[in-house]
Design a protein around this ligand. Sequence first.
Ligand SMILES: CC(C)(COP(=O)(O)OP(=O)(O)OC[C@H]1O[C@@H](n2cnc3c(N)ncnc32)[C@H](O)[C@@H]1OP(=O)(O)O)[C@@H](O)C(=O)NCCC(=O)NCCS
Length: 226
Amino acid sequence: MAQVELHCLRVRNGFRVPDLLLSEPERHRAAAFRSIEARRLFVAGRFLCRHILGSRLGCAPQALSIAMTPSGRPYLPDHPDIDFNISHTRDRVALAINHGGGIGIDIERLDAFSEEDTVEIMPMILSEDELNQVRQSEPQYRRDVVLACWVRKEAALKCLGLGFRIDPKAVAITPDGATSSIGHRESKASTLIHSGRFGDAESGIFEWAIMTSKPVSRPTWHHHGA
Ligand SMILES: CC(C)(COP(=O)(O)OP(=O)(O)OC[C@H]1O[C@@H](n2cnc3c(N)ncnc32)[C@H](O)[C@@H]1OP(=O)(O)O)[C@@H](O)C(=O)NCCC(=O)NCCS
């Protein structure tokens, strides 16, 4: 069975990495961000994946070659057997690594959507069936139900590599405990979900989901910089 590792870095204000850790294209990309927070999260994502993947592959973090697909998905051109994916939100960067299959990850803070956002987002991401299910749920739980659905769909779209170039309404998720199957019109590929929450009231509670192209056992999180 493919092996998945999940890592989360808490990114504090003032987080910096030596310039030489990043590749030249990464340094250019970091310099182009207008928002300090967005730049910090991008750099933290590269820091995390260079350190963790470098240690697994026995190479220095700065020596790791990271390429990008035309749709912006980073991958390891020299290690086609290892897939990874990054997600960031607020002060967290999450890294999912799959040794033996494709993977997509999404994390969001539980309070990512206001009640108004939820109402606006629902018809943009949910299929008719899912909309009906959400409308039948207790109003006080709707925001959490929609957020969980969003996180699962985004993880799926990232596993497939096209992100929101695929209409999330066309992605069907069949609940089955913590694991669901997914299918959509644009691809015959199916993927599998694990999802959950971590964190606490003080530092924030985060909803997460990963999608993998092959079954994996439920992974555990490794937290860094807490
Ligand atoms: C992938 C996507 C859903 C991510 O949305 P987001 O709000 O930034 O969400 P996250 O923080 O969870 O994920 C960001 C990370 O996803 C990864 N990513 C980017 N594009 C991706 C893709 N097509 N598939 C999978 N992962 C992707 C990157 O590692 C990115 O972090 P980085 O830029 O710091 O390396 C969104 O960017 C998208 O739909 N992109 C594809 C289509 C597109 O418009 N591309 C334009 C750029 S070429």
